[in-house]
Design a binder for this molecule. Sequence first.
Ligand code: GCO
Length: 464
Amino acid sequence: MNISKEDFGKDFNWGVSSAAFQIEGAHDKDGKGASVWDLFSQKKGKIYNSHHARISCDFYNRYYEDILLMKQMNICNYRFSLSWSRIFPDGIGKINFSGVEFYNRVIDFCLSEGIQPWITLYHWDLPQALEQKGGWTNRDIINWFSEYVLFCIKTFGDRVTHWMILNEPMVFTGAGYFLGVHAPGKKGLSNFLAAAHHACLCQAEGGRIARSYKPGLKIGTTFSSSHIEANTNNIKDQQAQVRIDALLNRMFLEPLLGLNYPVKDLKVLRRMEEFIKDGDEQKLSFNMDFIGVQNYTREIVRFDFFTPFVQAKIIKADKRKVERTVMNWEVYPSSVYHILKKYAAYKNMPEMIVTESGAAFEDRLIDGKIDDAARKIFIQNHIAEILKAKEEGVKVNGYLVWSFTDNFEWAEGYKPRFGLVYIDFETQQRIIKASGKWYSDFLSNQEQMTVKTIAAAQNNLLIS
Ligand code: GCO
């Protein structure tokens, strides 16, 4: 079976994804305020090898070069995020016009090169000034966020049509406010549930603000999504699977779809009541134009009495002896197919866009080249799985690779490289990897991918 870009139809959105904190650098340039990640990444022991993102990919100074490279690679949709504290250094109030100008330049340059900008309003870099007031645990975040969203839509909405309100709320509330392994490094159930409820309110409110200020925009929001399987057929493992699925895949999506929190399947969510006010239930829902699905792997789950609140454990890929990435995530392309099918079964599900999909593998620079065959196959197999879902009637209409260039991978620093383009962080030299060359040929229709059978693709045996 040959797959080409044409099989997805003319309207399918192909592109790449990134996020402000991971690529911009220029952490205090031209009036930018500090974000929670600026502070967190300076703390001892939080980031792999004490890496920091003060310079990162230097996108702030090199956006021109990177967008030209994108154009050269036939990429016509570019998802990036705005740094809230570059626009509002204190989170609210005073505007930093140099920051606004920077994003105007990026947007205008994308458009002049025929690249559609897709903007994520919030990709985890909360202004530190707001964290000092409690950040996502403070219900006032709804007002702060609303002011920020309105300003961005008013300022950039004349040129940018595709908007995503939040990036993966499960991850920034779970890792940032429950486990303390991401900024701002808070821990505990109360912090998590408060942050999660406010994030759910903000994702819907952000959508309402954007739509009411400028009807006709394409408004979405993104979710981390992993196909979850039970380790055995044992009833306890199966119930554990249901709880983890409710936590990782349903908790932020279902309230948005008007289904409220999945309390029945995840009892600990009852404790959310403490933060819920009258009328919140309606406020949690909003009809998005699209849902951003971000998928990297599947998770295998078993019952574990000792894990608080969920009584379940995820069995990591290295414990299962399966093919895995540098992140210790299993390579399992049909996860994206299962997730798309699962989400498509919701009655109110709008169109879906795979807004992130990609992998970190060891990249070896040999004679100035990176022959990252594993990443190329990973992407090809994911594309094949998405086509399978689409051909079965799932409304999926885009695929954005995470990520355009290597970048700062949060607590893992620069160790995992996710890019289609390699960055030498010493010299800032960019080198298109073999996966990037392949993607670019695929996008220009010069390259088809030959998939033996769909079953072979599932087994990761794609032959190109
Ligand atoms: C995420 C993000 C990205 C990550 C990517 C790889 O959701 O975690 O959107 O910022 O870099 O997912 O881990």
